[in-house]
Write a protein that binds this ligand. Structure first.
Ligand SMILES: CC(=O)N[C@H]1[C@@H](OP(=O)(O)OP(=O)(O)OC[C@H]2O[C@@H](n3ccc(=O)[nH]c3=O)[C@H](O)[C@@H]2O)O[C@H](CO)[C@@H](O)[C@@H]1O[C@H](C)C(=O)N[C@@H](C)C(=O)N[C@H](CCC(=O)O)C(=O)O
Ligand SMILES: Nc1ncnc2c1ncn2[C@@H]1O[C@H](COP(=O)(O)OP(=O)(O)OP(=O)(O)O)[C@@H](O)[C@H]1O
Ligand SMILES: N[C@H](CCC[C@H](N)C(=O)O)C(=O)O
Ligand SMILES: [Mg+2]
Length: 487
């Protein structure tokens, strides 16, 4: 069992009160999970301050408390470790508690506003096909080889994360591909991990509710490249102007990919259709099953990372050409009447614009585009009018609707989306709070050959309202509607 003073080795301790040679059975940052033998970390969060729960944790049996501010009255039975930053200490100690699993495999992190899940899922599938035992940490799910474990966050908290990495090591995994969200970077969820490489996909508007300004959001993403060690690779999208920003001051070896510039990893789009992408890469012409220009970027990122990890480029391209995307990313069904229903996780302005532009490129002039879209509650409100405007600009008909209203009034979210609809687009726009009704209406509006985009929820199988997750699956619903309407 780990001893407190050993796992404290990398933490800068301000003050230690009480014995440090105590055995630690577990770690927690939630007083409701505290038990005897578990060390409790008091963390200042977005809603509450964990320091208010130190007594609760002690009452539940915790005899080691890690905090930034010591309580006025100290309990003589308890060891107190005062640190500068409890969240940082948690991450460093979680890595130590699980004996640094990230050092025992090649860990690659992907950050960026869009494309993280797609890249890590492709990397996981690729490395499985290359014959490796491989782990995956993603928004959709976590995986140890083919074993699927549910995911609650895009990037798990530091304890869950190190525990999962240890399970991967125990299962013989040599590689793990993980998403690194901006929230995770600011909250130190990935601090202390030994990354073999980092990838930057792009940065566009999202999460301003949390980061407040776009500059702060960029700074959060950059934290990842600032923490990479010298022997890691830093692979960035050179077509995003923040690619170069990510590489400033990084100790890691810089590499770039691009569709427009002569970088180390580059491709040219020969054709882009509903059948997939036809790319010219390294002098080879290759067909991929993935659809849309944005996926050409994802393919380049994955290809570059695999080559930088030492894999044979031909073998990598051969396998990549056969891979399909992650669940809920340009996932489509075609009805009897040849109406295409596309379910896509586009929940940011940039993703919505990309997916609609892709649909514009692959449709024929007679095919209408009908978009169903909503914006999540208790998330960045500034993206709401922008997303409605993009939907109107790039679609023939738009049905604005709800997407996980959470604790907000769904009608109020819709009103905010409507603010973005230009008067000229009023006629083509409907607002229907009930998402099922919205999808039904889109199906009713569709004629033979038309394309319906249902954006925002992708793989999600629920609609979250006031803390309750109700069953809801865009893909199942669109299929049922087509069948019910005989379309
Ligand atoms: C805003 C945010 O990111 N919050 C995350 C954060 O919670 P927090 O520190 O703000 O929690 P808090 O409620 O203020 O509480 C502060 C502290 O008091 C403790 N506490 C609280 C109550 C109590 O009775 N006892 C107790 O000890 C809490 O455990 C916590 O340590 O740390 C928690 C543990 O890691 C996360 O579960 C939680 O994620 C919330 C649920 C969440 O919804 N996060 C989303 C926004 C998120 O992280 N998303 C990104 C992806 C975004 C993207 O790129 O698309 C992700 O990586 O998933
Ligand atoms: N490289 C890319 N550039 C821009 N848009 C993309 C890219 N890849 C995917 N998208 C679009 O963004 C949506 C989300 O993609 P994905 O789930 O891979 O991103 P993510 O970064 O994991 O998102 P999250 O922040 O929610 O975890 C997709 O459904 C697609 O519409
Ligand atoms: N990881 C993203 C997912 C958004 C998905 C969308 N369906 C919503 O609920 O807003 C977030 O937490 O902001
Ligand atoms: Mg994701």
């Amino acid at each position: 069992m780990p001893i407190l003073e050993n796992i404290l080795a990398t933490v800068s301790v301000v003050r230690l009160i009480g014995p440090s040679d105590v055995a630690i059975q577990g770690l927690t940052f939630d007083s409701r999970q505290a038990t005897s033998g578990k060390a409790f970390f008091a963390i200042r969060g977005a809603q509450a301050d964990g320091h208010a729960f130190m007594d609760k944790a002690i009452a539940a049996g915790s005899s080691v408390i890690i905090c930034e501010k010591l309580p006025d009255e100290l309990n003589p039975e308890v060891t107190y470790v005062q640190v500068k930053d409890s969240a940082e200490a948690l991450a460093l100690m979680a890595a130590g508690f699980y004996d640094h699993p990230s050092k025992k495999l090649k860990l690659v992190g992907v950050t960026g506003t869009n494309g993280k899940t797609t890249c890590v899922t492709l990397l996981h599938k690729l490395f499985r096909e290359l014959g490796y035992n491989t782990g995956l940490l993603s928004t959709v799910q976590n995986q140890i080889n083919e074993i699927v474990l549910p995911a609650t966050h895009t990037t798990p908290d530091a304890i869950t994360l190190n525990a999962l990495l240890q399970q991967m090591v125990d299962a013989g995994c040599t590689h793990c591909f993980m998403e690194v969200s901006s929230h995770a970077l600011v909250q130190h969820r990935v601090t202390g991990l030994a990354f073999a490489g980092g990838i930057f996909t792009n940065i566009t508007h999202d999460h301003l509710d949390y980061h407040k300004t776009f500059d702060e959001y960029i700074r959060a993403k950059k934290l990842f490249f600032d923490m990479l060690p010298a022997k890691a690779f830093a692979l960035v999208n050179a077509d995003d102007k923040r690619g170069a920003v990510m590489l400033q001051n990084t100790k890691a070896t810089p590499h770039e990919y691009s569709l427009r510039k002569a970088t180390e990893f580059k491709a040219r789009i020969v054709d882009n259709s509903i059948q997939g992408l036809h790319l010219e890469m390294d002098g080879n012409e290759i067909w991929f099953k993935l659809i849309g220009t944005f996926n050409a970027y994802n393919i380049l990122a994955v290809y570059g990372a695999a080559v930088l990890l030492g894999e044979d480029s031909h073998e990598v391209l051969t396998i990549l050409s056969s891979l399909t995307s992650a669940a809920g990313r340009f996932d489509y069904v075609v009805s009897e009447m040849n109406i295409t229903g596309i379910v896509d996780y586009a929940h940011t302005p940039d993703a919505l614009e990309n997916v609609l532009q892709t649909i514009q490129q692959i449709r024929t002039p007679s095919q209408q585009i009908i978009t169903v879209v909503g914006c999540g509650g208790n998330r960045d409100a500034t993206k709401r009018p922008i997303m409605a405007d993009i939907a109107c600009k790039l679609s023939d008909r738009v049905v604005l609707t709800s997407d996980n209203p959470r604790f907000e009034d769904p009608q109020e979210i819709l009103n905010q989306m409507q603010q973005g609809v230009k008067p000229i687009d009023f006629k083509k726009t409907l607002s229907i709070v009930d998402r099922k009704e919205a999808i039904k209406t889109a199906c009713a509006l569709a004629d033979q050959g038309d394309i319906i985009l249902i954006a925002g929820k992708g793989h999600e199988t629920y609609q979250e309202v006031k803390g309750i997750k109700y069953d809801f699956d865009d893909k199942k619903i669109v299929k049922t509607m087509f069948a019910q309407m005989g379309k």
